[in-house]
Design a protein around this ligand. Structure first.
Ligand code: NAD
Ligand code: MG
Length: 382
């Protein structure tokens, strides 16, 4: 039995993780569930999965959750420190890091320090502090298994390759809902349009990041840290059908890819079952129905955040942390209709130019940088 903590169990990745656990209740059990605000969903998940503990990050909802679960032997905690405490529990083997944003960093670090296996969906953790987090994972022998579909595809393509060198990573991108719009049209797109992703159903923040291609920029940085490949060897390939989830090119020119229908339960399950594969009750890829697959170069001008991610990765230090913080602010401002699509990129760029740069950041630097860059970005969103 693998004993699992899902940090962010009420989100898109969290609920799909529970679906995988439900399908394999003979192999996996949920021991910890957590939510930020959605107390009702957390309560119903707890009643179904009977974990040892739940955390509601919003402390004002503690009494409500505690009351609702009082007839069950489930410990109820509240507050963000509790997220760091529950991942260390001896009854947990695997931590699914499914929180969104910088908020996922502290609990992921705690889980790594406790030597847990990390199934990582929270890519912002590696964007912000990739060097520190991967270093800690080595030191504490805490494997980090990717949940992000592209990184799972790369990981699956690398399985069995031993020390064979990667020549290039082909990181595929759907291109999002605005792939075919010109600069003029992009100036007028709304968050409602951005929230309609053509292929994937995901949380709001990552859906907006997909529309701006910030998500692909973050995934490039995530791939750099997970697979030790420099950014100039990670090529973004726009592939609107989202069937090839990413690929690896080796020294002999061979390219290995992983294909499938877009369904996050597959990479989630692989992170939990690795190195085995398990049956997954889900639809199957039918190449005859799809007919043709298409590929394009990304447009770094229309989708400036992707370019900014390469710039941040080359600059190194705390620059990706600055970019992430600015993006969390600008993403929300766009979602709330406070800034336009082009303005979002401007906010990122100006924050990168203004926030204090550190070439050798520590964990404390990242916390300070996050606060400073958010403040700057907020000012530019006015
Ligand atoms: P989501 O918004 O649907 O869910 C986020 C979860 O985190 C919720 O359970 C929420 O309660 C919790 N949470 C949010 N902020 C919190 C805070 N400050 N404190 C405590 N809990 C908090 O997000 P999602 O789409 O599931 O994405 C989660 C992560 O997975 C993100 O980093 C995203 O980039 C990554 N990811 C998601 C998908 C996807 O298909 N949804 C695919 C690849 C990667
Ligand atoms: Mg992805």
């Amino acid at each position: 039995m693998k004993k699992i903590a899902i940090i962010g169990s009420t989100g898109s990745i969290g609920t799909q993780s529970l679906d995988v656990i439900r399908q394999h209740s003979d192999l996996f059990e949920a021991r910890v569930l957590t939510a930020n605000n959605n107390a009702d969903l957390l309560i119903s998940q707890a009643r179904e999965f009977k974990p040892d503990a739940v955390v509601i990050a919003n402390e004002s909802k503690y009494d409500y959750v505690s009351e609702a679960l009082s007839d069950l032997p489930i410990k109820v905690y509240a507050g963000s420190q509790a997220l760091c405490d529950v991942v260390e529990m001896p009854s947990v083997d695997v931590v699914i890091a499914a929180l969104v944003g910088f908020a996922g960093l502290p609990s992921t670090i705690s889980a790594i320090k406790a030597g847990k296996t990390i199934a990582l969906a929270n890519k912002e953790t590696l964007v912000v502090a990739g060097e520190l987090v991967t270093g800690l994972a080595w030191k504490n022998k805490a494997p980090i298994l990717p949940v992000d579909s592209e990184h799972s595809a790369i990981f699956q393509s690398l399985t069995g390759e031993g020390k064979n060198k990667i020549e290039k990573i082909l990181l595929t991108a759907s291109g999002g809902p605005f792939r075919n719009l010109g600069q003029e049209e992009l100036a007028h797109v709304t968050s409602e349009q951005a929230l309609k992703h053509p292929n994937w159903s995901m949380g709001a923040k990552i859906t907006i990041d997909s529309a701006t291609m910030m998500n692909k920029g973050f995934e490039m940085i995530e791939a750099k840290w997970l697979f030790g490949v420099s950014p100039d060897k990670i090529e973004v390939v726009v592939h609107p059908e989202s069937i090839i989830h990413s690929a690896v090119q080796f020294e002999d020119g061979s390219v290995k890819a992983q294909l499938g229908v877009p369904d996050m339960r597959l990479p989630i399950q692989y992170a939990l079952s690795y190195p085995d594969r398990l049956h997954l009750e889900a639809s199957r890829l039918n190449l005859f129905d799809i007919g043709a697959l298409h590929f394009e170069h990304p447009d770094f001008e229309r989708f400036r955040p992707l370019k900014l991610a390469y710039n941040a990765a080359h600059k190194g230090g705390n620059m990706p942390c600055i970019l992430n913080a600015a993006n969390e602010v600008a993403n929300l401002a766009f979602r709330e209709g406070r800034i336009s699509f082009p303005k979002l990129s401007e906010v990122l760029e100006i924050t990168m130019q203004t926030a204090t740069f550190s070439a050798t950041p520590t964990l404390d630097t990242y916390y300070d940088t996050d606060v400073e860059a958010r403040r700057i970005a907020e000012e530019f969103c006015q």
